[in-house]
Design a protein around this ligand. Sequence first.
Ligand code: AMP
Length: 238
Amino acid sequence: MSALMTEIEQGREADRKTLPGPILLLGAPGVGKGTQAKELVKIWGIPQISTGDLLRANVAQGTPLGLQAKEIINRGELVPDTLVNEMVAARLFEPDTVRGYILDGFPRTLGQACWLDARLAGQAGALPVVAVSIQVNYNQLLRRITGRRICPVCQSIYNIYVNPPKRDGFCDIEGAALIQRDDDTEEVFKERMRAYAALTAPVVEHYRDQGRFAEVDGDRPIAVIAAEIIAAVERLRQ
Ligand code: AMP
């Protein structure tokens, strides 16, 4: 039995040597795109490209893009496509993206999706995207977002309701005081959900129609969801 298991595991490892290519993680705020992206990074060794993280880094550094994006993010609205596309284009020029990459939180509009599709179509030998949509119900998302706390040093993510730190308000690893994102309030969450329904839900349908698409239930343990996403990507890449 264990020899058989080893053989199966070796087979899976061999499969994973195939190019993962571009993977899109789609879903509403709080479904766990970032958490799942980190699981996929461990498997394939390709980078996670989170447009939310890139924008927040620009805000923190006070770049011209960050200055334009800050208020928009804090209102829960979407940053204009041209700015985000330019930022993603610059990131995709980095050499670590040649085997593939995980886009986390991009595309969020049909304009961004069309831009990405055209970019890949114009790139000789580029693999088409595989899109995975993660689903979690509204009340669960509200709890995840308003309960989320982040360590400013190691970026560990806690949730005061379901995954609290050992000492209230402080990171288990760094001991640093945990912070809450400015846009993780109930009021801004509602606006982010409105933006998702109006502008991002059509992106999910766009990729569903293209075929290389999977939908997963995000209300289960992290490892279970990750295993399902990995299996879906491997299947859709064959
Ligand atoms: P996230 O960290 O993915 O929840 O993103 C936080 C915020 O950054 C969003 O609510 C938007 O204001 C902005 N943002 C992130 N990704 C995009 C995108 N692809 N297009 C437009 N705005 C974005």
